[in-house]
Design a protein around this ligand. Structure first.
Ligand code: GAL
Length: 392
């Protein structure tokens, strides 16, 4: 074989091996913590290290949360070589030091930038520096990059995000690429080949109305989600104080039904028992992290009472009853029909029979004792019931 042919072949195999690595990230929706919802621009080395410590000590790491992500405002300038410069007062040991610390805890490290000239908070952003920044991030040990869409002028989203994606590829470090374009350019239609997750809406807020509004906007997006590429209805507000415990349970359940990325946005160092019982509900998390990667569909829509269905691996499924109204509802739930729900919608060969399943309430952590196949269930305002049909 001629020498140059051999060189080309080796280069190809090298690139193919790396491309392969990239395909193996975010196989299930990424889980972690992000600074923005609670702390905004008030980020620092001590804050992020404290959150990493708390992620381990609170049991979050054991429950699957792994990325610790600094959002906007860590960056202040570019130096004479165009290198991005971190805020030295707030990050006195530099970003690599922080990444090393987070890695030493068995966690992964994420950072934020933006496709435009400036970030949304007006800090230096990535435009024109994509490959350079990707190399810097890889050198620092970044595992996750959230990439925003402010100050983009006439930039075209798909090509802008593709440039950064190619920069990350060229830096040869598998980095989860989180596209934050807010949904206005329908990223679900093009982002599956570009990033691992893409925001589908504007920003979440710590309020019932905004949260439930965002949820309802996810209704037609199920077919775009799957292993390696997820719809992102924004980060969690659980524990931030603007909703009731029941509303936070609803928020968390709905996000898990949607196979959404689960980025906690609260103070992990000071969590109430209620907040912990939500963020650490492993049975609900298991729906989100199911290996099939199917996003729930709205199976019955009666306006403010809806039934959502998530197909799980092993022919199991989860059902979420949602009362988004301000009044209590008593609903007759036909579990035999719900057992068949998959068969009806996906044309399975034989109908799935209720007697082959245990129905488990994932908030009560109990199996239902069904005397008949239907039963009346009370749903308080703004609450859910989440059931898993587990094969006997
Ligand atoms: C927004 C983004 C938020 C946060 C913020 C930072 O555009 O949606 O999640 O990252 O910018 O300035």
């Amino acid at each position: 074989m001629k020498r140059h042919v051999l060189i080309v072949l080796i280069a190809f195999l090298f690139l193919a091996a790396n491309a392969q690595k990239f395909e193996n990230i975010a196989k299930t929706p990424p889980m972690g913590w992000n600074s923005w919802n609670k702390y905004g621009c008030n980020v620092s080395e001590s804050l992020i290290m404290g959150m990493a410590d708390a992620m381990v000590s609170s049991g979050m790491k054991d429950a699957g949360y792994e990325y610790v992500v600094i959002d906007d405002c860590w960056q202040v300038a570019r130096d004479d070589n165009g290198e991005i410069v971190a805020d030295n007062d707030r990050f006195p040991h530099g970003i690599k030091y922080l990444a090393d610390y987070i890695h030493s805890k068995g966690l992964k490290f994420g950072i934020y930038s933006c496709a435009g000239t400036l970030t949304c908070a007006g800090r230096p952003a990535g435009r024109g520096h994509e490959y350079q920044d990707a190399l810097t991030y890889a050198h620092w040990g970044v595992d996750y990059l959230k990439y925003d869409w402010c100050n983009t002028g006439t930039q075209e989203p798909k090509s802008s995000y593709t440039t950064m994606r190619d920069g990350l590829f060229a830096a040869h470090r598998p980095i989860v690429f989180s596209i934050c374009e807010w949904g206005s350019n329908k990223p679900w239609e093009w982002a599956g080949a570009v990033g691992n997750l893409w925001r589908t809406t504007g920003d979440i807020d710590d309020s019932w109305n905004v949260m439930i509004g965002i949820f309802l906007q996810q209704k037609d997006l199920a077919r775009y989600a799957g292993p390696g590429h997820w719809n992102d209805p924004d980060m969690l507000e659980v524990g931030n104080g603007g909703m009731t415990t029941e509303e936070y349970k609803t928020h968390f359940s709905l996000w898990c039904m949607l196979a959404s990325p689960l980025m906690a946005g609260n103070d992990l160092q000071n969590m109430s028992p209620e907040t912990k019982s939500i963020l650490l509900n492993k049975e609900i998390i298991a729906l989100d992290q199911d290996s099939l990667g199917k996003q729930a569909i709205c199976w019955r829509d009666n306006g403010d009472y809806q039934i959502w269905l998530k197909i799980l691996s092993n022919n199991e499924k989860a059902i979420c009853l949602l009362n988004s109204s301000d009044e209590k509802k008593t609903v007759l739930v036909d579990f035999a029909l719900l057992a068949q729900a998959k068969a009806a919608r996906w044309g399975a060969a034989s109908p799935l029979k209720l007697e082959n399943f245990t129905v488990r309430d994932l908030w009560d952590h109990k199996d239902l004792m069904l005397k008949e196949s239907s039963m009346y269930i009370d749903l308080l305002p703004h609450t859910v019931k989440v059931y898993r049909f587990i094969k006997k």
